[in-house]
Design a protein around this ligand. Structure first.
Ligand SMILES: *[C@@H]1O[C@H](CO)[C@@H](O)[C@H](O)[C@H]1NC(C)=O
Ligand SMILES: *[C@@H]1O[C@H](CO)[C@@H](O)[C@H](O)[C@H]1NC(C)=O
Length: 402
């Protein structure tokens, strides 16, 4: 800027006095022209310089402002980064706090190991218990007898109602005979023996045992001096009564029972009790299993359920069933009375199978059984056939002999 102004003025003040002084020769004119040309050239160059300087200044200015704006952006970014850093650090702090809290909550690895060991012990205990139960069943179950035929028939007497049940206690060596007439009553008769029942003399009048409640159906059974029966007006209550003095010893509810008669040909019997070489059983039909029969093993002392098996034997068309050595034999008949036959069996040990077993017919006679009770010691079936008390002798074979 400074040069651009000062230099032309200096040059002008040098050249102008020559022009004013006059006395011009052609040589002088040539010189003046020459200087004027030079001056013009210099002026042009000065102008160029001036422009260059202006451009340079402009560029410098632009650069500076650019740099300044970049600097301010940088400052903004820096402060942003700082706030982000701050929030990150506070988040890290929080996470650390949470970790610490969790670490305090989670039990130490040692504790976990102890609990696992405890759990393992419990699982082992449960398994052991199952094995012991199985072993107990196996032990009892030395019997490997299967029904091979229902043989001779003995009609003992015609006494009491059309429906009823009679049996002996299979567990004791006693010869006592129990007589429960009718589908609903609270008094049973106890005879000293089958003989005294048959003779029916006034000398051997039976002992009357009054029960604490009414029974229903014909599925009662005596075992180890106790009577077990389905309590009337309840769907599925089983009562255990001391026969010595007629007092109630225990009671239980058989889950799943009470909605369907155990056998369709005996519509009043919902719960059928049975005793075999292994112990006390209950038979009922379950609508949840297509009306098939379900057998339950009961602990006779506590009435606790030991195990339950769903069989493939139908309740439809059945009139009764009994167990021998843990195998259920289901007896079928027709509605108007016919020849009874065992057509379905279920072995809890899975050694004999229904489809491989022949149909076993009862002796040739028209029958209508309202109850069948097996006595394992004398291998007899105590049956109530249309008001007649009859006894069938059964034949057995070893399960492995086919
Ligand atoms: C109950 O049974 C007893 C003994 O068998 C009998 O004498 C009595 O008539 C029966 N009661 C009913 C209501 O059937
Ligand atoms: C019936 O017999 C049981 C067992 O022997 C006894 O505990 C109970 O007191 C007896 N009850 C009556 C009323 O005699």
């Amino acid at each position: 800027m400074f040069f651009g102004l000062v230099v032309p003025i200096l040059l002008l003040s040098l050249t102008r006095p020559g022009l004013v002084r006059g006395q011009s020769s052609p040589q002088d004119a040539f010189m003046i022209q020459y200087f004027e040309r030079r001056l013009t050239q210099l002026e042009e160059r000065l102008n160029q310089c001036e422009q260059g300087a202006a451009t340079m200044t402009q560029r410098f200015y632009d650069l500076t402002s650019d740099f300044r704006s970049q600097l301010s952006t940088l400052n903004v970014v820096r402060s942003e980064v700082r706030t982000q850093m701050e929030s990150m650090s506070s988040r890290v702090d929080r996470v650390e706090g949470e970790l610490e809290y969790l670490e305090n909550k989670i039990p130490a690895p040692q504790n976990i190991e102890i609990e696992e060991a405890l759990l393992e012990q419990q699982v082992l205990d449960a398994e052991l218990e199952q094995l012991q139960k199985k072993a107990k069943l196996k032990l009892h179950n030395d019997c490997s007898t299967a029904l091979s035929a229902v043989k001779s028939l003995k009609i003992v007497k015609k006494e009491g109602d059309t429906h009823g049940s009679w049996f002996r206690d299979p567990s004791s060596g006693s010869s006592k005979l129990y007589f429960l007439s009718g589908l609903r009553n609270d008094t049973l008769l106890e005879y000293t023996s089958v003989k005294s029942f048959t003779e029916g003399s006034s000398k051997h009048s039976p002992k009357e045992v009054k029960l604490p409640s009414y029974w229903q159906g014909t599925g009662h059974m005596v075992y180890k001096g106790f009577l077990f029966y389905h309590k009337a007006d309840t769907p599925n209550q089983i009562v255990k009564v001391r026969l010595l003095n007629g007092t109630q010893a225990d009671t239980m509810l058989l889950s799943g029972a009470g909605r369907l008669p155990a056998y369709s040909l005996n519509p009043n019997t919902y719960i059928d009790l049975a005793v075999d070489e292994l112990g006390l059983w209950v038979i009922h039909a379950d609508p949840d299993y297509a009306g098939n029969l379900v057998i339950t093993k009961l602990d006779p002392d506590t009435l606790a359920v030991e195990h339950t098996w769903d069989t493939l034997c139908r309740s439809r068309g059945a009139e009764g069933a009994f167990l021998i050595c843990g195998t259920l034999y289901v007896v079928y008949n027709t509605r108007y009375g016919g020849r009874s036959s065992v057509q379905c069996l279920y072995d809890i040990h899975d050694t004999i199978h229904s489809e491989e077993s022949p149909v076993l017919f009862f002796p040739k006679r028209y029958t209508s059984h309202s109850s069948l009770h097996y006595h394992s010691q004398d291998k007899q079936l105590y049956a109530w056939d249309d008001g007649y008390q009859t006894i069938y002798k059964v034949e057995t074979r070893r399960k492995d002999q086919i």
